[in-house]
Design a protein around this ligand. Sequence first.
Ligand SMILES: *[C@@H]1O[C@H](CO)[C@@H](O)[C@H](O)[C@H]1NC(C)=O
Ligand SMILES: *[C@@H]1O[C@H](CO)[C@@H](O)[C@H](O)[C@H]1NC(C)=O
Ligand SMILES: *[C@@H]1O[C@H](CO)[C@@H](O)[C@H](O)[C@H]1NC(C)=O
Ligand SMILES: *[C@@H]1O[C@H](CO)[C@@H](O)[C@H](O)[C@H]1NC(C)=O
Ligand SMILES: *[C@@H]1O[C@H](CO)[C@@H](O)[C@H](O)[C@H]1NC(C)=O
Ligand SMILES: *[C@@H]1O[C@H](CO)[C@@H](O)[C@H](O)[C@H]1NC(C)=O
Length: 496
Amino acid sequence: MVRLCTERLLALLPFFISLGECSLVYPAFGGIPASIAGTVDHNESLTDSSVIISTAHVVDQKGGATEDFPPNLPPPPVRVTALDGDLTNITLETMTLAGKRQTSSTRRFATDYVNLFNGTGTGPSDRDGSIEGTAYLTYTVVDNSTYNIEACLDFCDQVEQCVFANLYYEFNNPLLDWVFSEGSNLKCAVYADIHNASEKLNRGGQQLEPPPAGLTFIQESSGWAAKSLVDPNTPDGYELVFGPTNGANDAPGYMGFAFIDRYDVQACADLCNTRDPDSQGGGCQFFNIWRAVVNGVPTTYTCSMYFLVADESTAVNFGQGDLIVTQSRGYRRKSVVPDGSFEGFTCGDDLFCFTSSYSAWEGISPPYGNFDASIFHFAPYAHTGTGAALLGSAYGEDDLPGTLMPSSKLQTEAGKTYTLQFFHNSAYSSIEDEADAFVKVDWNGVDIATIRPGFSNWTFYSFDVIAQGNDVLQFHGGKAPAFSFIDDVNLFLTVG
Ligand SMILES: *[C@@H]1O[C@H](CO)[C@@H](O)[C@H](O)[C@H]1NC(C)=O
Ligand SMILES: *[C@@H]1O[C@H](CO)[C@@H](O)[C@H](O)[C@H]1NC(C)=O
Ligand SMILES: *[C@@H]1O[C@H](CO)[C@@H](O)[C@H](O)[C@H]1NC(C)=O
Ligand SMILES: *[C@@H]1O[C@H](CO)[C@@H](O)[C@H](O)[C@H]1NC(C)=O
Ligand SMILES: *[C@@H]1O[C@H](CO)[C@@H](O)[C@H](O)[C@H]1NC(C)=O
Ligand SMILES: *[C@@H]1O[C@H](CO)[C@@H](O)[C@H](O)[C@H]1NC(C)=O
């Protein structure tokens, strides 16, 4: 077999170039992989803001207490109203892994609300409108012997996520007049977002009761908003990276977006956890949730997902035209594996170096083996960034498999399910030489998977594991010249 070896030598390391030989240049000498396909180009996969903005202009998430539903129903589950630019109506419960919602126990009092607007009077010709707005949760009817603001705000206190109440009389509705046991026409509709008088879009006008009864109409529609908005709870397995700000991320590693019918951080985390991985970039690791306000009116709640972790430096999309971005927060998925990207191993200004271990990872060779598991700082070997791990003798001196493992035991919560994710590549040597490439994934001493892909470009793998606490993760493999590289190892809590 003839190989054009010199083409694959790295110019950075002229010292090692030996033009006469025509053999594989081993990783320890900075050889160049046969293929680097599948590495992540950060300049691609940027947030497609134009699709988000155009979809925000067509989605309709307005709601109110206008249906025939009886009062006091629990708020409906979160709905996905658009997915990657297509309008949908998906109840999120059916999509999630039943993410555990952490309830907030902040109780407010009437003095903790501000009166945003009042209604018309009660004269025979006074006509008003009730709110038709986003993030409608549910309604109650309150005792109508007085204009019962207190009872309405008490109700809002008790409904999770309620920050706004719309109190109004509705006339000529037989359900209120005759059917519902409360016997009151004073409706109190509550929302998970704040609305103003410009959103009094339901003006009644329905013939619900047979004539001579008149059409439905509304009077004295007032709006009440919580003075202080409680910060949302951070979902399990995540941490807040930034926010709230008025900038949405315009970042690489974008995997698409969903609109949800209210600002629900847990729902966005569930969407990220269940998002299909990107073949180049892997699983969702970060989401950006924000509220779109169009012409001063809350319109939708965007959940953008990313396989790369973003931060506030890219949260620079403040809106476009009549749409402004508000309440933008970024959350990253916390990996239990320290330095799973191997970026922590460096060599000053040098672009190339390797080691059998450093603070975060340990490479172990069997007896008579030499550098059978190692960590490289060298961009051509990395899936992202400059660090990656190698299985197989770095000097090509033996064909023994090595073992790569985190230096410390993994700080998991016993009994919980985690998802192990990583990228693998066995495209260093020729197709023939990589034929025997293999990696065994070992979790607390048990083989959970064996990868035998032969020659393979960077490929994403994902396995669910159950934690015992202080878990031991090992990658075992390599049979030089059948080399395997591992990069971007993450262990994420899979809520459920
Ligand atoms: C690896 O990627 C290269 C370049 O895109 C491609 O030509 C080759 O077919 C890929 N190999 C495999 C096994 O997918
Ligand atoms: C990405 O874009 C930046 C700025 O435009 C450029 O300097 C860099 O070379 C690009 N990287 C790749 C991999 O194309
Ligand atoms: C979405 O689906 C629910 C349940 O099927 C239905 O009650 C609701 O009216 C639908 N909403 C829209 C906007 O289509
Ligand atoms: C609503 O009416 C009450 C009583 O007249 C008044 O005190 C209050 O300032 C009004 N609220 C607004 C927002 O105008
Ligand atoms: C209270 O509501 C009931 C039922 O709709 C209605 O019959 C009654 O006239 C209302 N009372 C007042 C004071 O508005
Ligand atoms: C209330 O509505 C008006 C339009 O009537 C809008 O310009 C304004 O921004 C809204 N105010 C708030 C606080 O959202």
